[in-house]
Design a protein around this ligand. Structure first.
Ligand code: FES
Length: 579
């Protein structure tokens, strides 16, 4: 056996193909020398540090410091760290929206992990779509991986009041739209909302996904909530570098760690922290890469068992830095222990039961509540079904107005995002406080990219109104709040019932009974289907946009591309086929 053939690890693995492996190895070594590495390093396990630092991603501005710390850990443990870039998705810097590019980023991550001479990876990310994309790619590549998140930014203050991105962004903007604060004041708020680098400092999608990484076993315990600018985070990054070496040595692959039981643990944690609705889509997509189908009905069943234990905005009063000081995810997992699968393995090679065995309850704080004295006794997320959402819709009950959880209201319909922005503040808009604002064509295809447009603004003419039922096939930011029904599936653009809802139709939302019902007779619906004529959106002629339009699936399938899901996912399933 030649030297090249013998090498399936380290820098001499995965050679470029010339039809002469020895020649390829000789060339590889030659260029490794040119990088300044001596021969001693050639056969060391290679840790790829997947760095999503970008000057167009403010959340990730601290990642280079974390990458340096990971390298220290890898060097100290006897490995060879090599850092490389992949696509980065800054939530506020992507048009039409970052979600449109999550799958593209996951393709990049998977391809680069598979193509390069790497034995395991440390995934550096944080902003909303980046941790999902990193995990989707790493799951498909199935090499040992550990996540180091950017960490949440610190809270700030405005005239003595604590504020932070981005629940307060929305609260102040709504107050500005109602005329309660001036242009000058909103300009001042704008300068105070995001005082440091790092991800949004509340339990938005970024923080939620980081917390779920702990439950999935691919992040060090307690790491999710460490503020971006704390030195604890740098030390955790260094430790992650050491742990990934061990995981490589033991062959701990994502498919062995992110098991069905681990995903169920993650769903329970999601409910207990009052996490983002977006996490349901991302978890579904990550699981789909591993051949695991997450079921909305199962989520709803769990929601009846798991109360909300964490009081962080947008559910509660506190910020992520408070959650960290209170003990973070390990304390919540300990409170949930009677409900968790405790024998799941983590990236550290220990069972969850041992990981949380010594965790106590910090009585001195009010951020995390005990299981038997929850912050809210009912589940934070509720799955709705009915003739308007045959494949499901989602509402974040924990952020909704109690008096709006059971309503029967008149639909005020907007056909698209453009229609919404054109008419929402029209003084002639036919709308009253008890109506239901309906937005169509903002789903995976209709958006496109399923924008975070589900948090429709309250029409300006309804002065003083703070919440209304809003309903759409869109998503909303994890930092948002209100009585907002999201992810209606199938979406209007692929012919879901939502397509045929008209101004003045009656819709009943009954959260307690999980119902979303549209009052339309069969004859009337048939008439509307026959009459309806909407030219199908033209399929883009080329490029990524075309790939997206041809392959993206519906919300209940994680908005992933059909060809990226695990081959074991049943292609004959009619829902999968409808995608
Ligand atoms: Fe990046 Fe909020 S904008 S996490």
């Amino acid at each position: 056996m030649t030297r090249a053939e013998a090498s399936n690890r380290g820098l001499e693995s995965r050679l470029a193909q010339y039809g002469d492996p020895e020649f390829a190895a000789y060339l590889r070594r030659s260029f490794v020398h040119s990088m300044g590495f001596s021969r001693d390093h050639h056969r060391k396990p290679v840790v790829g540090i997947v760095n999503t630092y970008s000057e167009l991603n403010h959340c990730h501005l601290g990642l280079n410091t974390l990458a340096a710390a990971v390298k220290r850990g890898v060097w100290a443990a006897g490995g060879l760290p090599v850092e490389f870039p992949v696509i980065s998705l800054g939530e506020q810097f992507m048009s039409p929206n970052a979600m449109m590019y999550r799958n593209l980023m996951s393709l990049d991550v998977e391809a680069m992990i598979k193509a390069q001479p790497i034995d395991g990876v440390v995934l550096l990310g944080g902003c909303d779509k980046t941790l999902p994309a990193l995990l989707m790619g790493a799951a498909s590549a199935d090499l040992p991986c550990i996540v180091v998140a950017a960490g949440p930014m610190l809270a700030s203050d405005f005239r003595g009041e604590r504020i932070g991105a981005c629940t307060d962004c929305r609260r102040f903007w709504a107050a500005y739209r109602r005329g309660e604060i001036s242009r000058e004041e909103i300009d001042q708020v704008e300068q105070r909302l995001a005082p440091t680098h790092g991800t949004c400092g509340v339990m938005g999608t970024a923080s939620t996904m980081a917390c779920l990484c702990e439950a999935l076993g691919v992040m060090l315990p307690g790491a999710a909530a460490i503020p971006a600018v704390y030195s604890d985070r740098i030390r955790t990054a260094e430790e992650s570098g050491r742990v990934i070496l061990e995981a490589i040595g033991e062959g701990r692959r994502p498919s062995q760690i992110m098991t069905e039981e681990a995903f169920e643990n993650a769903l329970r944690l999601l409910l207990a922290i009052g996490g983002s609705t977006n996490a349901v889509i991302h978890l579904t997509a990550i699981a789909g890469r591993l051949g695991i189908r997450l079921n909305l009905d199962r989520l709803d069943a769990l929601s009846r068992e798991v109360p909300v234990l964490v009081s962080v905005k947008p559910n509660g009063a506190y910020y992520m830095e408070d959650f960290y000081r209170a003990g973070g995810v390990p304390v919540v997992l300990k409170q949930l222990q009677s409900q968790l699968a405790l024998d799941v393995q983590t990236i550290q090679g220990i069972q969850l039961r041992h990981q949380i065995a010594e965790i106590g309850f910090p009585d001195w704080q009010q951020v995390i509540h005990r299981f038997d004295e929850p912050f809210q006794s009912k589940g934070s997320l509720v799955v709705l079904k009915g003739n308007l959402a045959p494949r499901g819709a989602l509402i974040k009950r924990s952020c909704a107005s109690e008096e709006l959880l059971h309503v029967r209201g008149k639909a005020v319909v907007f056909d698209s995002l453009e229609d919404l922005s054109r008419r929402i503040d029209d003084p002639e808009l036919d709308v009253r406080e008890n109506d239901i604002l309906v937005l169509k064509n903002a789903g995976p295809l209709g958006g496109p990219g399923m924008p975070e447009a589900g948090y429709l603004p309250i029409p300006k003419k309804l002065k003083g109104v703070r919440d209304m039922v809003r309903l759409s096939d869109a998503r909303m930011s994890g930092t948002a709040y209100g009585t907002v029904v999201l992810h209606v599936s199938p979406e209007a653009a692929v012919g879901g019932p939502l397509r045929y809802v008209e101004q003045g139709d009656l819709i009943e939302l009954d959260v307690e009974n999980r119902r979303l019902q549209w009052e339309v007779s069969d004859q009337e619906l048939e008439r509307r289907v026959r009459r309806f004529h909407q030219p199908s959106a033209p399929i883009p002629e080329r490029g990524y946009d075309r790939l997206f339009f041809q392959h993206v699936q519906q919300a209940d399938l994680g908005v992933d591309f059909n060809f990226l899901r695990h081959p074991a996912m049943n292609p004959d399933d009619p829902d999968e086929a409808k995608g």
